[in-house]
Design a binder for this molecule. Structure first.
Ligand SMILES: Nc1ncnc2c1ncn2[C@@H]1O[C@H](COP(=O)(O)OP(=O)(O)OP(=O)(O)O)[C@@H](O)[C@H]1O
Length: 599
């Protein structure tokens, strides 16, 4: 059967944006700031030139007093220009950076709101955390500081050198000697250290992973008496890191010392003074010419270190831009340009097939119908495809083949609003927001009145627990109150009551802290089921004896379907599972329990 609307065309996915594309919106402002920084850097050298020229004017015989005043005025003006240009450049880059950070974070959140829910695996969520946090900050540093720092680090020594070449080109070249040797040493040093940096970073990654593994699994590790072993793994990673660090320091130590020495102001001062003295003694320059070299020669090398750091910032920012661009290029859930409205709440899966990546299909040719007001349970051994089937209905991902319709409309032809008004879901790992309890319940309907919220909480058997809190419904989750897994699940059932969607997808919890909590949840679910269509991932068979339809999955296919009685009578896979004779991986506990999901 197929009542499907034509599948929506896949939304165009832009190629991942690089650094240039990401900062394009603020490029003109960055260029302006760099130009202003160039002006500031030129102006920064002028007062030193002025002092040197002042020396010349004062030592002239007779003193060139008109020239003295001109030089003083130019030096003073340069100070003002430098300050103004620097303040303007800093202001422009920081405003541009603020706009960029805001627009990138908005774009990220906007894109994340349109990617399939199934995309949010642990790995992808970590990438999102890095992109929204550290990576956007790395771009902040680039736009806010690095470009102008690079301009300053290049222009200041160049202008100084130009002036020194004008004063005496021979002494200028000699003054430049340590800086040139420093650059050559630095380049060799970096080339030799590249491999060491890579293994240093890898070793650092292993230490972090071992630490995280140790901390996250501490309960399991301790309860199985393996604290020593896990601790040893961490220590081994830390030892390996120390070795790599030592190897890197050994390779770079001599070069770093030589570079720091050659580029240090004190060495440059000694070097230029010594060279100038030789030139004066030889009669190649006047004693007054020593002054510019002593004043400006010192500053020739220092910006090179700053340049090294800024170039590194660009490298870091380029890698960060790659990750941000990657998240921004995540394929969106295709949306239909001509949205439809479901006519009714009948749900039909028609020959649905879905695979995760290249792997064999997790769900194959699955067809079934959820009639309005009925409860359908998905059962099967672990990995048989229950969760995948259930997650296809709220569009965690779209089927590779086949269709899913609600009220005759393909879910791909519904707007997200219409879909989530039709389908709510309660999964095991309930995520509560750091907001008040009331806001958490009213998540799907922020405009809900307090009485409606309380009524939903009451129906979900969680009202009493909330009222017992000192701040009641205004308690902030994570600050004033922490909920147990069972309580969080009841809060998410309250969300469903309030959202009032006619179709509910429910992942029955596999474990509860106490029978009382389980009974409360089963009670809440029984109330929720009244008049609604439920698709339940059932992990325990005793809870589904009275459901309208049981679908037994095996390797992604439906191998049996019917009611509890029909399936027991058929004596097939379900009957085997009930008797607990299925393979250990699929064995469901055969004990009975008073609480049940009922229609
Ligand atoms: N995110 C994923 N990426 C790749 N493969 C996956 C992913 N999630 C599930 N699978 C695979 O798809 C198949 C069906 O998994 P699914 O989680 O739907 O089974 P399940 O019956 O719900 O299992 P369980 O009862 O253990 O939760 C399995 O082979 C599983 O390994």
């Amino acid at each position: 059967m197929s009542t499907a609307a034509p599948a929506a065309p896949p939304a165009a996915t832009p190629p991942p944006a690089g650094l240039g594309t990401l900062i394009a919106p603020v490029r003109s402002r960055v260029v302006l700031a760099v130009l202003l920084q160039v002006v500031a850097s030129v102006a920064a050298v002028v007062p030193f030139v002025a002092v040197a020229e002042l020396g010349r004017a004062l030592l002239a015989d007779p003193v060139a007093s008109a020239r003295v005043w001109t030089v003083v005025a130019v030096g003073g003006l340069a100070l003002v220009v430098r300050l103004a240009a620097m303040v303007a450049a800093t202001g422009i880059t920081h405003l541009a950076d603020n706009d960029l950070g805001l627009s990138l974070r908005r774009a990220l959140v906007d894109r994340l709101g349109r990617v399939p829910l199934g995309w949010f695996t642990e790995r992808n969520s970590a990438a999102v955390r890095a992109a929204v946090g550290d990576d956007v900050s790395a771009l902040h540093h680039l736009v806010g500081h690095s470009f102008t720092n690079i301009a300053a680090a290049v222009v200041t020594p160049l202008v100084s050198l130009g002036y020194l070449l004008w004063v005496d080109w021979r002494l200028a070249v000699i003054t430049l000697g340590p800086a040139l040797i420093g650059i050559a040493v630095y380049a060799r040093l970096m080339a030799g250290a590249r491999d060491h940096y890579e293994s240093y970073n890898a070793a650092m990654g292993r230490v972090t992973a071992a630490a995280v593994e140790f901390v996250e699994g501490i309960a399991v590790v301790k309860s199985f008496g393996q604290a020593g072993r896990a601790h040893r793994r961490f220590l081994e990673a830390a030892d390996a890191f120390a070795d790599r660090f030592l190897a890197m320091v050994r390779t770079t130590f001599a070069g770093t010392v030589v570079m720091e020495l050659l580029l240090s102001p004190s060495f440059m001062l000694i070097w230029t003074t010594a060279a100038s003295t030789v030139f004066v003694a030889a009669g190649w320059i006047e004693p007054v010419d020593v002054l510019p070299f002593a004043l400006l020669g010192v500053g020739l090398a220092a910006p090179l270190t700053a340049l090294g750091y800024s170039v590194n910032d660009v490298r870091v920012a380029r890698a960060a831009a790659g990750r941000v661009g990657g998240v921004l290029a995540t394929p969106e859930l295709p949306l239909n340009v001509h949205p439809r409205e479901p006519a009714g709440t009948d749900v039909v899966f028609d020959a649905v097939t879905y695979s995760y990546g290249e792997e064999s299909a997790a769900v194959q040719e699955v067809s079934f119908e959820l009639r309005p007001g009925t409860v359908t349970a998905l059962v099967g051994r672990s990995g048989s495809g229950k969760t995948t089937v259930a997650r296809l209905l709220p569009r965690f991902f779209d089927p590779d083949a086949g269709s899913i319709c609600i009220g005759g409309a393909d879910i791909r032809s519904l707007t997200p609003d219409t879909l989530y008004r039709s389908v709510s879901f309660v999964f095991q790992d309930v995520r509560l927001q750091r907001a008040t309890v009331a806001e958490n319940i009213a998540f799907g309907r922020p405009d809900a009145r307090r009485e409606e919220i309380v009524q939903a909480a009451r129906a979900a058997r969680i009202d009493e627990r909330i009222r017992a809190l000192p701040k009641g419904y205004d308690a902030v989750v994570g600050v004033d109150v922490s909920f147990s897994g069972g309580e969080a699940q009841r809060l998410s059932i309250a969300r469903c009551f309030l959202a009032d969607a006619p179709v509910i997808v429910l992942d029955e919890a596999t474990a509860f802290a106490d029978p009382e909590s389980e009974a409360a949840i089963q009670d809440a679910l029984s109330t929720l089921a009244v008049g609604r269509t439920l698709l339940v991932i059932a992990h325990r068979l005793h809870t589904i004896e009275r459901v309208d339809q049981i679908l037994v999955l095996e390797r992604g296919r439906i191998v049996e379907r019917g009611t509890h009685e029909e399936l027991l009578a058929a004596g097939g896979r379900y009957a085997q599972m009930r008797r607990g004779t299925a393979s250990p991986a699929g064995a469901y506990p055969a004990e009975t329990h008073p609480a049940e999901v009922s229609a």
